[in-house]
Every structure is written in structure tokens, then in C-alpha cells.
Design a protein around this ligand. Structure first.
Ligand SMILES: [Zn+2]
Length: 204
């Protein structure tokens, strides 16, 4: 079970449509999420996200989010809100990319409470923000990948994420999801209830 991947996997996974996929009309992975990545907001393409969002197999909206290391901040914010609206219109979870902007996310959450679950993908902390984030959005899930696994403080951060909110992913790393589980010291059985709660359509 891979909660977030940019490549086709043999095991159950949620594939993130690439900018190229957005322009196409079919995709190899049976289950996917559709969004304009914060790195690509200048390209536009939200109308293609709206189209894909209605297709069979679309289990989430995103990845969308905020990245302080990338330009077009105003556009990032605007598109983030548009994805948020779309996710709630279609009652789908939303997948978030957050880089150096957890305080911005918190500000947004103070002004607007989400009506669907969110998945914060590639979570690397800050762990001290977890209680506040979960108070602002009780249906927030956190997916971790190699970036966190390679850090010496992985175990400490992982332990601070509530058990029922944890997921694992490959993202863009050249690694199998089985290897990610092994490195994390976690079994698929442990995370299966979380995966199924967030993505009930995906057959695992
Ligand atoms: Zn990603």
C-alpha cells in the first residue's frame, strides 16, 4: 500500500497524475489523485484537474499545497483554495505538499475548517506542530517517505504521529514500497486500516 507515488507500482497505490497525464485521457494506474502541483502553478491546467476529478479511479484531489521555496506564492494560494473547493464539492480527500509553510497551513485552517480528510504527504515535521494541526483538522493524515526515513530522528517523529493517522509512501524515490515499510519497521497490516479509511475505493 503506497499512499503517494509518482510511478506505477505493482502493489495497491495512489498514483499522482503528472502534468503530461493531466493532458491525456487515460492512465495506467487504477487509482490516482489529480491536481496542479505547487511547482507548476504558472502552467495552469486546473480545468484538466476538474475533468480528471470526475473520472472513475480518482480517489483524491492533489497534490496541491504551498511551497515557500518556489515562486508564484499568490498563485499557489489561489490554486490551493480552488483544489480545496473541488475536494469538498466532490467529497474527496485532499493531498498536500507542504514545504516551509506549516504556519501558513495553520493560518488557513484557522479561517476555514475542511470538510474532507487531508493527507499531508512527505511529512518531515515539525512534530511539535502535530497536536495543533490535528486540533485544527482532526481528519488529517501524515504520509512519510525516504526523506524522513533517512533522518536520525525518524523514529521519534513517527511515534508522535497518532497511530491511526500514519501512512507510508514512495513519492518520487527509486525504491519499492516494501522497502519503505521494511526501513520504517512497520508492517502493511498496521497501516491498512488507515489506508482504507482514507481511500476506501482502493482495493488492498
Ligand atoms: Zn509527490
Amino acid at each position: 500500500m503506497d499512499a503517494h507515488t509518482h510511478s506505477y507500482q505493482d502493489s495497491p497505490h495512489v498514483y499522482v497524475l503528472s502534468p503530461k497525464d493531466l493532458l491525456a485521457t487515460n492512465v495506467r494506474s487504477p487509482f490516482f489523485c489529480a491536481g496542479v502541483h505547487p511547482w507548476h502553478v504558472a502552467r495552469g491546467g486546473f480545468e484538466r484537474v476538474q475533468w480528471w476529478a470526475q473520472q472513475k479511479g480518482c480517489v483524491a484531489i492533489g497534490e496541491t499545497g504551498l511551497d515557500r521555496l518556489h515562486p508564484a506564492w499568490e498563485q499557489q494560494l489561489r490554486l490551493f483554495q480552488q483544489h480545496w473547493d473541488l475536494a469538498e464539492t466532490l467529497s474527496k480527500p485532499m493531498v498536500l505538499h507542504v514545504v516551509r509553510s506549516s504556519s501558513d497551513i495553520m493560518q488557513l485552517l484557522k479561517a476555514r475548517r475542511p470538510k474532507t480528510p487531508w493527507l499531508w504527504h512527505d511529512f518531515t515535521g515539525p512534530p511539535e506542530a502535530l497536536p495543533r494541526l490535528l486540533k485544527l483538522h482532526p481528519e488529517l493524515y501524515f504520509s512519510c517517505g525516504l526523506r524522513l526515513l533517512q533522518r536520525p530522528n525518524f523514529a521519534g517523529i513517527w511515534a508522535m504521529i497518532p497511530q491511526e493517522r500514519r501512512l507510508l509512501e514512495t513519492d518520487e524515490a527509486v525504491v519499492t514500497i516494501q522497502d519503505v515499510y521494511k526501513r520504517a519497521g512497520v508492517t502493511e497490516t498496521e497501516l491498512k486500516p488507515n489506508f482504507q479509511r482514507l481511500f476506501p475505493q482502493v482495493i488492498v
